[in-house]
Every structure is written in structure tokens, then in C-alpha cells.
Design a protein around this ligand. Structure first.
Ligand code: SF4
Length: 994
């Protein structure tokens, strides 16, 4: 004990052990003072620590082992510490790829943005793509391969599916071998599957995804003689009709569609033309919120409404008539004026109209919508038809066929790759139990979920940011998936398992390169390959359009005697099961950013609810938060009700992806998702995968506490989000004359020598409220998650929120979204009330927060009229795991407990661009600085730049007649201005005119 450092530690240990010191510490720092509710408390942590030390037989304190760290002796030339690098890759969802750029700091991905060269994103990124970076670091991802619950290495699995053992199990032709995959457009995967088929010709390949409907395939096959996929061009569409199709918020390719659609809403001059959007839907969606006219309809009413529309069109233009069943259009007379106006508008815009059918609509709706698209002259203008890039499986090879084989005992080996069928399969299939009937089964997935537990083998999967692969976008454009880092937790990709089955032992990168060598012209392959990796897209790979020949007979045959209209049974409701905006089909349920992201419409976080219209809720005597029991046949679901203005009457909507069983705290257990929300899959059957008409609702007389942000930060009664119709704008372009101009002031403006003066405009005509900007801000600025209790206490930390306003009647309102962030006021009310000058103004016009000065009085927040400041009530980062810390942006401080935080205009991006410009000895270029929210926005509603640059877009829009300042009358002179929303209602339809 001669080492003085050892003596020092020993003395410290003794001092810390003194009872009076322990008491003083307990007084000063009561248990749970700085941790969020529900977190491990200081006291319980110390208990656990003591217990674990005692178990380990170690007395006294422990110190971290001494480890050596080494700086670069010779820094790799491509690596500049602190300078981020961006790599192109793609993320596949629903089978389709979206091109992305991933920002990486010294080898760790921190932020996901859209790839400007990729047609599915054009530089934008949705909430799911952006939040997937947190999924990469999820400490609850599985790490250990298992057989029958016990650790078993990958090599043991590879041997089990090797030719000798597999042929023993399933015969030489592989007649007992079954594979279950999700729909995919990956050329590499298709090639590997072909190799598996070559080796085992008797193997059966099943394709299934819980959210995939086959209406489009069957409907287009009837309308054109073969299955096709429509690709819309909304830049060319003057009139758009969406039939339960959320093409701006959720459908594949929605980022691109939102951008194209918004390009026809961004009105600059009164002479500009604008498109018009009609929407028919059950529950309000992002697309419904952008509609000029929205019609509420029960799910089973929609086919009848389309049929009635076809009749109306035929009445005005007999040459477009389609033979419909006798009962078609029945029960829609109440909507006749609406349908007549839409039919006339479509006819008046032949060649410039587009009709979009939702993915989960039945074949009849797809057949009629696509037939009308062609009959109205849209083919080649507003829509083109291509062969679907998706290998969705042959008819008769879906989940039902696999279930039949399992029941018959015909499955020798079953390999399930991705998805979670034991959780998401229709409840009447009893799929989880059936999995046990396979003699051998394996599941590859990110988590040890329901399917993993029902299969004998479990193999941890790689995240897409750790794997090589490829994919195709909705329009057929091919792109590569390249890894950003070595697999964090080990694991394998789908391609690895298929390669092992096929006996291809090539390294995944080489397999991918070889696959593309066969596809690309041999000349200059290496150069083309390098360019593909760099740009992320394969040149000229979009699918060519196919000439279509409309077949009215085919459609008439499909419709046959189909009952196009149906009523719910007496006293029953119609149920719509929809994907969740954040959890999707459940696969993102373990992502805290997504759990805490307010739903774009209901503003619900951490769970789902049964959405009801105000009238239906009143009929059943339920209020928001009241627990209800939904029952269909013998299946029941207990779920809180939530009144959703604009929902169809006599119907109830439940988002899928919640209600996961809590399994424990072991390797691969989804602890974030466990126990959140209710499981809508319980009411899903093979015959009724997305809608059913026989659901009863029973109030239970108990309440659940919903974590809902609607109503937090309210600024009711003040003119905030403004709108006008196109006619009004043309008559009087200056929409809000009282909300603009220089307010009266006793003081001269403070002079500033800064070369830039930062400002932002947000175009409410383009904004759809999709929330991509909210996640972008969270990822860029290390915004913490507070958990459901924190949200219930109004303590969510998002620096950018999207306020949602309703106008009109509660039953049939018009919705308007308004992103609200720090307005960077030139005369900021927060600054002069701060007793410690923690919030001050920068010379370039940014309202800054100096975190280490802030003492948490919160005077600034009280005095902020926009309610955009957030206080760190607890140390929300205390519970963040080591791996999740890797997702933090090193350019932004991780704030401690007890400080106020808020939007900074992404000042780190401004300073980075300024340093880059200074190194090149030049000034900043127009548009060089892009904030995170601006970059993510699919509809380009957000514009940011310097007011000193006359060329900058922000300067152009700032004094546009549509521009106004929120709460202008307070004289705060915000640097954020809004452009009033413009709608384009049909003069023949008054209600819902926006
Ligand atoms: Fe967040 Fe930056 Fe947008 Fe401000 S400008 S809301 S900090 S992303």
C-alpha cells in the first residue's frame, strides 16, 4: 500500500462510508431527484451495486480498470476528427427502397437524411427512416444465436442447413423446406432465392407482410389484363382524388409524392395555378388534412362511392361508361352533390386528373380507379404504369398456404426471415402455435420476439446500416445498401442465410458486386460500381412505362355481382385496422423517438386508441380516455377510446403495432415496446385483414391516462395559423395585413456588423404536418425522450412541435397544421427576464441559450408567448445506454438537468458552414446552410437563409403577400414567418372549403 494513489482511494472509501456523510448525501440528494419517474433510483442502484459486489465476493469500492487509449500516430488521410462524412445507402420498408445519406462521425452513424439523387426521397427523409438510426444502437437488440433457448453459434446453424443435414431432413429435392419472407424488390435477394430453388427445386417460398394487400394486383390485372403498378406524377395533376390513400403521409414513395404535390400548392402570384385535392377516407390522415374537400366514409362505403362516381361520370360522358353490378352505388345518395361535383371536375380536367386508390382497398376500388385514370386520359401524363419491382410471391404461396402445410405436418424445415408473423398474422390462423409443428424452424430477426420464441432456432439479424444489399424504389430505381459500421451486436443478414442455404460461400460484398457485374455493362464496371456506391443509385434503372389497354370487360367481370355497398350489422361498428404512423406494423415499437412522436393527427404518443367520431362516441356514451371493449366473434380487445374529429360515423379505427407482450429483460427482449398500447391484430382474421363490419363496442366504465400532446402549449383564441381560399387570395393577395409590417417601437433597431442575418419561412400551404421535421430536430439536436409519464405531465422536450388546428364543425372539420419552434424574436421577451443572461442575442440574429449560465428559473419560458422553451426537469440522459450515446450528435451539447433548451436554428450547422467558407476564403453561398428540419421536409415547406442575401429564397418569401408573423401585435419581431395556407375549394361545394 505504498502507492500514494492507492492510499488516496482508500481514504476516500473510508470517508464515503461514514454514516454522517451518508445521511447528509441522502438529505441533499433525495432518491429519484434527478431521474425521470420509473427510472432506477440512486438508492435502488446502490442496493443493486452492493448486492452484486457481495455476490461477486468483492468488498469495498471498485474502480474502472486502467485501459490504454492511443491517439492516431498517423491519421488516415480520409479522416478529419470532428468533420462528419456522408455515405449513401438505402432503407427498405414494405419491400421498397428509399435512398438515404447517413452522416457518420468517426465511424459512427448519427443522422439520417434523404439522398438528393434518389427519386424516392430527393433529399427528404420520413420519420421511420430518420429514427432507424436509434434502432441501430438499441441495446435491446438480440446478440445471441440460440437453439431451443440455449446459446448455439451461427456455425451450428450453418451446419444444420448444410446440404448433408438438410437433405436428411427435407429430402434431396427439398420438398419439406419452406421459406417465409417479406415482399422484396432486392435484385440480390431474387438471385439468391433462384439459387436456393436450383438447389432445392421442391422448396416452397412464401411471401407475406401484415400490411400488404393484394387489391392493387388483382384490380389492375382486371383493368389492364395484367398486374401493374401505377406511378403518379402529381406535378402534372390539376385534380387529384384519393380513395383511402394516404399518399402524402404513409404510402410507399410518399416523400416524392409530397414534394411533387406541394409544388402545385406553393402559390407565389395570384395568377399561379393550383391543384385541387379530394379525399375519401375513414379516419383523418395527413393526406386528408391537406384536402380541399374531404368526405368521411365507413370502410365498406368506399367501393359504393367509387361506383357512384363512375355512374356520375358516365352520365356526363357516356363514352366512359363501365358496366357495374345492379347494387353498385347504393346508399350513396346523401353524397350525390359531392360526387357530381367531383365527377364534373375530373371530366373538366381530362389528361390532368389522377385517382389514387389506397393500398388496403379491395380489388374493385383499384380496378375502377385505374380504369378511370386511363379513360380520363391520365396515362402517360399524371400516371404511368410499370411492372411491379416487388416479388410479392406467387398466388397461393402466402401465409395461408404455409399454415396449411404446417397443419398437415408437411414442413420439415421452416426458415422465417424478418417480419414477426407469430405476432402479426391473422388471429384465426393461430400461427404462433402452428410454428411448433415444423420439425425444425429458424427465425432471423432483430429482436427475440414472439416468432423467435415459437421457432427452435433464433438468429440475431443485422441492422440495414450494418449490411450489404440492394433494393428498388417504387418506380423501379435500383439502389445499394452499404454498411456504415461493423455489426455492433454480431448477427447476419437475410442474404447470408439465403447464401448459406444455396451453398454460396461468397462474402456479402463480393456477392453483391458479382450480382451487379452481371447486370451492368462490362465496360468500366469498376467505375460504374464506385459511382453507384458514391451516389447510392444505379444509373437509368427506373422501370420503363408499359402501354396499357383498358379492359372494361375485365373490370365488369371482376365486379360481377359484388355487393359494392354494405351496412354494419345492427348496433355494430365497422372496424378499420391501419398501420401506425410511428410503430408501422409493430417493427418500430422499440424505438423511443417514435413512441414519443405525437401522431400527426391525434397527437397521441406511447400507444394507440380506438378512434371514434364525436357522434359515434356520444352514441356509445364514451369519452376520450374511457376504456372500451371491442369484440368481434370470440375475439376481444380492451383499448382506450379517443374522439377524432373528422372520423366517419359508425366506424372505429385502430392502429396496429402495439400491445406487445412483456417478456422480461433478457437479451433481445423489446422492453420499450412491451405493454404499450393494445394489440389490434387480435381482431384481424384471414377473411377480414383490414376491415370488418361486425364489431361491437362496450364502455367499461374505467379510464386510461393517454399520453397526448394536444392541448399542451395552447395559445387558443389568437390568430396563429391563417388560411384563405385561392379566390380570396386573388382578390386580396395580402392575407393578414394586421400581422405584418414593422411594429411601433420606442427603440431604434440595434445595429449589427454580422454579414448574415438568419431567418426562416414556413409555407402552411405546403406543410402536411407529417412530422419528419420533428424527428430531424430530435436527431440533430440530441433532444431527449421523457417517457409516457413525462408526456402526460406536459414535459415532452421536442424543440419543434406541430400544432394542429380545426375549423368548421367537430364532426366534419378542416384541419390545419402549423410547425411551431423558437421564433428567434428580434425583440425577444425571454431575453430581458433572464436574471443570469443565459439567453442572449447573437449578432447574426439568433436567440441563443448559454446552458452553463442557466440556473433554471424558467422566467424565460413564462414570458415566451409561443411556448417553445423546454425545461430539463430530470436527467433524461442518465438512463441512456452506452450504445445509444453513440447516436448523439457530437456537434451539439447533451444538456444536463435543470436547464432550459429550445430551437437554435441549428447553429452548429451555421458555424460549420461558416468555418468551411472561411477555410476556402469566401463568403457563404445562398442556400448553403440548411437546418435539419428544412432538410427533412418532404414538401419543402421550410425555407432558411440569410436576409442579407438578396438572392436567398428566404428573402424572397419573407415579404410575400402571404407572409405573416405569429402574434405580430406583441412586437416581438420574429425571424420566423409563416406563409398563409391557400386552399382551392370547388365553388360548387361549400362545406370543407378550407
Ligand atoms: Fe430544430 Fe434546427 Fe429546426 Fe430549430 S432549426 S426546429 S433546432 S431542426
Amino acid at each position: 500500500m505504498s502507492d500514494p494513489r492507492e492510499r488516496y482511494w482508500r481514504r476516500l472509501d473510508e470517508q464515503l462510508g461514514r454514516p454522517e456523510l451518508q445521511e447528509a448525501l441522502a438529505r441533499e440528494f433525495p432518491p429519484a431527484a434527478d431521474l425521470p419517474p420509473g427510472a432506477l433510483t440512486r438508492r435502488s442502484f446502490v442496493h443493486l451495486l452492493g448486492a452484486s459486489l457481495a455476490l461477486a465476493g468483492i468488498g469495498g469500492c471498485v474502480r474502472r480498470p486502467r485501459q490504454k487509449i492511443l491517439p492516431y500516430v498517423a491519421r488516415p488521410p480520409e479522416m478529419t476528427p470532428s468533420a462528419a462524412r456522408r455515405y449513401a445507402t438505402s432503407m427498405t420498408l414494405g419491400g421498397y427502397a428509399t435512398g438515404l445519406l447517413v452522416e457518420s462521425h468517426t465511424g459512427r452513424p448519427t443522422k439520417i437524411e434523404g439522398n438528393p439523387d434518389h427519386p424516392a426521397s430527393f433529399g427528404a427523409a420520413g420519420v421511420l427512416e430518420q429514427a432507424s438510426v436509434l434502432g441501430l444502437y438499441d441495446p435491446q437488440r438480440a446478440r445471441t444465436p440460440r437453439r431451443a433457448g440455449r446459446r448455439s453459434p451461427w456455425d451450428a446453424f450453418a451446419a444444420a442447413i448444410g446440404p448433408a443435414q438438410l437433405r436428411n431432413a427435407v429430402g434431396a429435392r427439398g420438398a419439406g423446406l419452406h421459406l417465409l419472407l417479406e415482399p422484396s424488390a432486392s435484385p440480390l435477394q431474387a438471385e439468391l432465392l433462384a439459387h436456393v430453388r436450383q438447389r432445392y427445386p421442391g422448396a416452397r417460398i412464401h411471401v407475406d407482410a401484415p400490411l400488404a394487400g393484394d387489391g392493387e394486383r388483382t384490380g389492375t390485372a382486371a383493368a389492364f389484363g395484367r398486374a401493374m403498378q401505377p406511378v403518379y406524377d402529381f406535378t402534372a395533376a390539376d385534380v387529384v382524388l384519393a380513395l383511402d390513400a394516404d399518399f402524402l403521409g404513409a404510402m410507399p414513395f410518399h416523400l416524392r409524392y409530397a414534394r411533387d404535390f406541394a409544388s402545385r400548392r406553393r402559390i407565389a402570384a395570384p395568377s399561379d395555378d393550383m391543384n385541387r385535392l379530394y379525399v375519401v377516407e375513414t379516419a383523418p390522415t395527413v393526406t386528408g388534412g391537406a384536402a380541399d374537400h374531404r368526405l368521411r366514409a365507413r370502410p365498406t362505403e368506399i367501393p359504393a362511392l367509387v361506383a357512384a362516381l363512375v355512374e356520375q361520370i358516365a352520365r356526363a360522358a357516356p363514352e366512359l361508361a363501365v358496366q357495374l353490378p345492379e347494387s353498385a352505388g347504393g346508399g350513396t345518395s346523401a353524397h350525390a352533390p359531392w360526387l357530381t361535383a367531383v365527377a364534373d371536375d375530373l371530366l373538366a380536367h381530362r389528361g390532368r386528373a389522377a385517382i389514387v386508390a389506397g393500398e388496403r382497398q379491395p380489388a374493385a376500388v383499384h380496378a375502377l380507379a385505374n380504369l378511370l385514370n386511363v379513360l380520363l386520359g391520365g396515362d402517360g401524363h399524371t400516371v404511368r404504369y410499370i411492372e411491379s419491382p416487388l416479388s410479392a410471391g406467387e398466388p397461393g404461396t402466402g401465409l395461408a398456404a404455409l399454415a396449411t402445410a404446417l397443419r398437415a405436418g408437411d414442413v420439415g424445415w421452416l426458415v422465417v426471415l424478418d417480419g414477426n408473423p407469430a405476432y402479426a398474422a391473422p388471429a384465426d390462423l393461430g400461427f404462433a402455435a402452428l410454428l411448433g409443428r415444423a420439425r425444425e424452424s429458424a427465425y432471423l430477426g432483430l429482436y427475440r420476439n414472439e416468432t423467435a420464441r415459437a421457432c427452435r432456432w433464433f438468429l440475431p439479424a443485422q441492422h440495414y446500416l450494418e449490411s450489404w444489399g440492394d433494393g428498388r424504389a417504387w418506380d423501379g430505381t435500383a439502389s445499394l445498401v452499404q454498411p456504415l459500421l461493423e455489426p455492433l451486436y454480431g448477427g447476419h443478414a437475410v442474404a447470408d442465410v439465403l447464401a448459406a442455404l444455396a451453398g454460396d460461400a461468397t462474402d456479402p460484398h463480393d456477392a453483391l458486386q458479382e450480382s451487379w457485374r452481371r447486370r451492368l455493362p462490362p465496360r468500366d464496371f469498376q467505375q460504374t460500381w464506385d459511382e453507384m456506391l458514391q451516389r447510392g443509385v444505379a444509373p437509368d434503372s427506373a422501370a420503363p412505362p408499359i402501354a396499357v389497354r383498358p379492359s372494361r370487360e375485365g373490370v365488369a367481370h371482376l365486379l360481377g355481382d359484388t355487393a359494392m355497398a354494405a351496412e354494419p350489422a345492427q348496433g355494430r361498428l365497422e372496424l378499420a385496422l391501419v398501420p401506425d404512423a410511428a410503430a408501422y406494423d409493430g417493427r418500430f415499437g422499440n424505438n423511443p423517438w417514435l413512441q414519443e412522436l405525437p401522431d400527426p393527427i391525434t397527437k397521441l404518443t406511447w400507444g394507440n386508441a380506438a378512434l371514434l367520431s364525436p357522434a359515434t362516441a356520444a352514441r356509445f356514451g364514451v369519452e376520450s380516455g374511457g376504456l372500451v371493449e371491442l369484440a368481434a366473434g370470440s375475439r376481444k380487445l380492451t383499448i382506450p377510446a379517443l374522439i377524432a374529429p373528422g372520423h366517419a360515423d359508425d366506424a372505429v379505427t385502430v392502429a396496429l403495432g402495439y400491445g406487445r407482450a412483456g417478456r422480461g429483460r433478457g437479451d433481445g427482449d423489446e422492453q420499450v415496446a412491451a405493454g404499450v398500447g393494445a394489440d389490434g391484430y387480435a381482431l384481424r382474421t384471414m377473411a377480414h385483414p383490414f376491415t370488418r363490419r361486425d364489431v361491437s363496442l362496450r364502455p367499461l366504465g374505467r379510464r386510461a391516462a393517454l399520453a397526448i400532446t394536444q392541448g399542451h402549449w395552447r395559445m387558443d383564441g389568437r390568430p396563429l395559423a391563417l388560411a384563405a381560399t385561392l379566390t380570396e387570395f386573388r382578390r386580396q393577395p395580402t392575407i393578414a395585413p394586421r400581422q405584418r409590417g414593422k411594429p411601433l417601437s420606442l427603440y431604434e433597431p440595434a445595429p449589427s456588423a454580422a454579414p448574415d442575418q438568419w431567418a426562416m419561412t414556413i409555407d402552411l400551404a405546403a406543410c402536411t404536418g407529417c412530422s419528419a421535421c420533428v424527428v430531424a430536430c430530435q436527431a440533430e439536436n440530441n433532444v431527449p425522450v421523457v417517457g409516457p409519464e413525462g408526456v402526460r405531465d406536459s414535459r415532452e422536450m421536442h424543440w419543434l412541435r406541430i400544432d394542429r388546428y380545426f375549423a368548421g364543425t367537430p364532426d366534419d372539420p378542416v384541419a390545419l397544421s402549423q410547425p411551431m419552434l423558437c421564433q428567434q424574436c428580434e425583440k425577444a421577451p425571454c431575453e430581458y427576464v433572464c436574471p443570469v443572461s443565459a439567453t442572449v442575442h447573437s449578432p447574426d440574429g439568433i436567440n441563443e441559450m448559454v446552458y452553463n449560465r442557466c440556473v433554471g428559473t424558467r422566467f424565460c419560458s413564462n414570458n415566451c408567448p409561443y411556448k417553445v422553451r423546454r425545461f430539463n426537469w430530470f436527467d433524461y440522459n442518465a438512463e441512456v445506454s452506452e450504445t445509444e450515446r453513440l447516436a448523439k450528435n457530437p456537434d451539439v451539447t447533451v444538456r444536463a438537468r435543470g436547464v432550459m433548451e429550445k430551437c437554435t436554428f441549428c447553429v452548429q450547422r451555421i458555424r460549420e458552414a461558416q468555418i468551411g467558407a472561411r477555410l476556402e476564403d469566401r463568403g457563404l453561398r445562398s442556400g448553403e446552410v440548411r437546418t435539419a428540419c428544412q432538410q427533412a421536409c418532404p414538401s419543402r415547406a421550410i425555407v432558411f437563409g440569410s436576409l442579407t442575401d438578396p438572392e436567398d429564397e428566404v428573402t424572397r418569401w419573407r415579404d410575400h403577400p402571404r407572409a405573416y408573423s405569429v402574434l405580430h401585435e406583441l412586437g416581438t419581431e420574429p425571424r420566423v414567418r409563416y406563409l398563409a395556407r391557400i386552399t382551392n375549394p370547388n365553388p360548387r361545394l361549400e362545406a370543407g372549403a378550407g
